[in-house]
Write a protein that binds this ligand. Structure first.
Ligand SMILES: *Cc1c(COP(=O)(O)O)cnc(C)c1O
Length: 464
């Protein structure tokens, strides 16, 4: 007990710690209340350790201050920028689509001051939020009308609630999918107040199944894109155009959950359905994400017949699901880039990643490998591999690439990957067979050098 008392007495005071030169420097950059919180928490931690019988020598005020300064500087902040070297282009946990610089610029402009979000500069009167972006969507897609909401899941909720609350929504058993993060299409549909009518079987649904299920209470035929898996073998389903024809004939609209939102066909995503195909098939309403293959911000985009879109706009849920000015700004800028197909694959990072050729990726991987091989103790090699689109798009079909394999003497792959994630600019990589793998496909070409520099600096810091 006496030992405790002596050790407790040696704990430096808050003022002594704050007076240390390192904290003096720190306080020039960081808010005082925040630093004070760290100091108090740190000293309380010391006290608790001593009381629990920890007999390590009590640190000096300078040692305590240095520890606190490091903790404050390395504290987790809102969102950390990371380098996505996983090879998954649309990585949901890493924020899906990377915005084009033009879109980032537009966000900064809209966010940093007042903007004409719901204001008509010509007349000086109030205007409708999103009207400009919706006009751009109509131009780019060819559909009659558009509405932008928070995300695609929200768009589906809104559409089903408006079209089929208290009535029937028909969907194939082969499309009752789980998208990820326990987002299940049937559960969401049920919450919208729609009565779900399942038709067909898991592997085969025929046009006649839909036709027979349509009754006086049928409000909508729902077609869901199986984003994240593929069916092969004894499978069959009607085409979108056939479904639309049945719907037309019986006076029931077709809602197509397109998911990934690819405007037109593109190398790297050949098997993905496109918005152009939905339009050609005559679908009444399409729902898709803004931050998958469209390469824009998180958003739900609804496109379709004017009369239907107007109904959705008037639904009270539309207000609850509305988007903010930053989303609209980023989406408008992305649509500008997408309108010109050739320019789009160069300027929209998601598309650029998809169309990157194996030759290009090989040369980038070699460049990264060469930079990293200068690191003491690091064994570096390049090898062919497969990346993926991710975000639920283009399942079961790898994107051929060249990967950079890393191993560090005396360190497991798991620990090396963890060290890379803890760098000031974290690099997120994959581990396969005791090797850390970096795939340049999901990095922006400009990030290759940042990746090499980050790892080199980490190695220098640890005295490598
Ligand atoms: C991704 C996806 C969704 C969900 O979209 P969010 O924008 O993430 O809400 C819904 N349906 C399909 C088919 C999808 O691929």
């Amino acid at each position: 007990m006496k030992c405790h008392r002596n050790a407790l007495r040696r704990i430096p005071s808050v003022d002594r710690v704050l007076g240390a030169p390192v904290l003096h420097d720190l306080l020039r950059d960081e808010p005082r209340p925040l630093v004070l919180r760290f100091v108090r928490a740190h000293l309380e931690g010391l006290r608790a350790r001593i009381l629990s019988g920890d007999m390590e020598p009590t640190p000096s005020p300078e040692e305590v201050a240095a520890d606190i300064a490091r903790r404050v500087r390395e504290r987790p902040r809102g969102l950390a920028r990371v380098l996505n070297a996983t090879g998954v282009v649309l990585h949901t946990n890493l924020g899906r689509a990377r915005l084009a610089p033009e879109a980032v610029e537009a966000v900064l402009e809209a966010a940093g001051g007042a903007c004409d979000l719901e204001f008509d500069l010509e007349t000086g009167r109030r205007s409708r939020r999103g009207v400009h972006v919706e006009e751009r969507l109509v131009e780019v897609s060819g559909f009659e009308s558009a509405l932008v909401v928070n995300n695609n899941a929200g768009g589906l909720v809104l559409a089903l609630n408006e079209l089929s609350q208290g009535r029937e929504a028909i969907v194939s058993r082969g499309e009752l999918v789980e998208i990820g993060g326990s987002f299940r299409i049937p559960d969401v549909m049920a919450r919208t107040g729609a009565r779900l009518v399942e038709v067909g079987t898991t592997n085969r649904t025929h046009l006649a199944d839909y036709e027979q299920a349509i009754g006086p209470d049928t409000a909508v035929l729902v077609k869901v894109h199986r984003s994240n898996f593929r069916q092969e073998g004894f499978v069959s389903e009607p085409t979108l155009a056939e479904l639309v024809e049945v719907g037309r004939h019986r006076g029931v609209p077709v809602l197509h959950d397109l998911g990934s939102g690819l405007l037109r066909a593109i190398a790297g995503a050949e098997s993905e359905p496109t918005l152009a195909e939905s339009l050609a098939a005559g679908v009444d309403l399409v729902a898709m994400s803004g931050d998958k293959l469209l390469g824009g911000p998180q958003a739900g985009i609804l496109l379709g017949r004017r009369e239907l879109v107007d109904r959705l706009r008037g639904n009270p849920l539309a207000r609850a699901l509305r988007v903010d000015k930053m989303t609209l700004a980023a989406l408008a800028a992305t649509l500008d880039l997408l309108e010109d197909g050739d320019r789009a694959v160069e300027r929209v990072p998601t598309l650029r990643s998809l169309v990157a050729t194996p030759a290009e990726l090989e040369s980038r991987a070699s460049w990264i490998a060469e930079g990293l091989s200068a690191i003491p103790g690091m064994t570096v090699r390049t090898m062919p591999g497969l990346g993926e689109v991710g975000g639920g798009a283009v399942p079961a079909r790898g994107l051929p690439t060249t990967m950079v394999g890393l191993s560090l003497q005396g360190m497991s792959a798991r620990n090396l990957a963890e060290e890379l994630r803890r760098m000031p600019l974290p690099v997120v990589a994959r581990i396969v067979d005791e090797e850390v793998l970096l795939d340049p496909r999901s990095l922006d070409p400009g990030e290759d050098a940042e990746c090499v520099r980050a790892v080199a600096e980490w190695s220098e810091r640890r005295g490598g």
